[in-house]
Write a protein that binds this ligand. Structure first.
Ligand code: C5P
Length: 227
């Protein structure tokens, strides 16, 4: 499967969405709406994308009791979302409820451990497993619970692909085109590296949105993905 580009719409409100979408090549088909934009604009953030025929990755990292998460999944499906995130540490019952609510309507991918956390942070919340083992175990739990895939950093994409085989969706943020600034991203890969590691989707925000010419930056990333 070719690796596809998802552009992170990290903008403060819905008014900015059309200007970003119009500045990028029409073949950019997938956009991520995250907490900032969804908290500010709600479903209005999704309407323009849906009406423009774009696919929507809603990155809300849901983590609540199973029934509440299932209801939120149904709500997201009604707005035409194709891909939604939940936290794997919500546990097996929550993950299964999310998977069942989503079945045949949208795909759910799990976040394992936020890249902002380190071993010391895990210890402080009572997790004694080694960070990497914890990430791999949570990933396996999410897949065993019926989810379609995972969000993983470039450091884990290859291991997850080898461990899980070809079917799961692997979504990889932390992407920087060759020679770009890393910003606050610590674990980074180029688009071509993520593709070679088996990523299904790369998520790119600032390298496109903050480029002097966003359209050209997106074209270069698509070219690096062979598109
Ligand atoms: O760094 P960049 O602007 O490309 O980030 C794009 C998106 O990836 C952001 O919306 C961010 O929330 C998400 N993300 C990330 N790093 C992670 C996980 C998610 O930057 N480790």
């Amino acid at each position: 499967m070719p690796t596809e580009l998802i552009v992170a719409l990290d903008v403060p409100d819905a008014r900015h969405i059309p200007e970003v979408v119009k500045s990028l090549p029409a073949r950019v088909a997938y956009y991520k709406v995250g907490l900032e934009l969804f908290t500010a604009a709600g479903p209005e953030a999704l309407t323009y994308l849906k009406d423009s025929g774009k696919q929507i990755f809603l990155d809300l990292k849901l983590h609540d009791i199973p029934r509440t998460v299932a209801r939120a999944v149904e709500s997201a499906a009604s707005y035409g979302v194709q891909l939604l995130t939940v936290h794997a540490c919500g546990g097996s019952a929550m993950l299964t409820a999310a998977a069942e609510a989503a079945r045949g309507r949208l795909d759910i991918v799990a976040v394992t451990v936020l890249t902002s956390l380190d071993q010391q942070d895990l210890t402080s919340i009572g997790v004694t497993r080694e960070l990497r083992s914890h990430i791999l175990a949570l990933g396996q739990l999410a897949i065993d619970s019926g989810l379609q895939g995972l969000v993983c950093s470039p450091l884990e994409t290859r291991s997850f692909r080898e461990m899980l085989g070809p079917a799961p969706i692997l979504v990889t943020p932390g992407i920087r085109p060759a020679g770009a600034e890393a910003g606050d991203q610590k674990r980074i890969a180029t688009p071509a590296m993520a593709a070679a590691d088996g990523s299904s989707y790369i998520v790119v925000g600032r390298p496109i949105l903050e480029a002097p010419n966003p359209g050209q930056a997106a074209e270069q990333i698509l070219a690096a993905l062979g598109q």
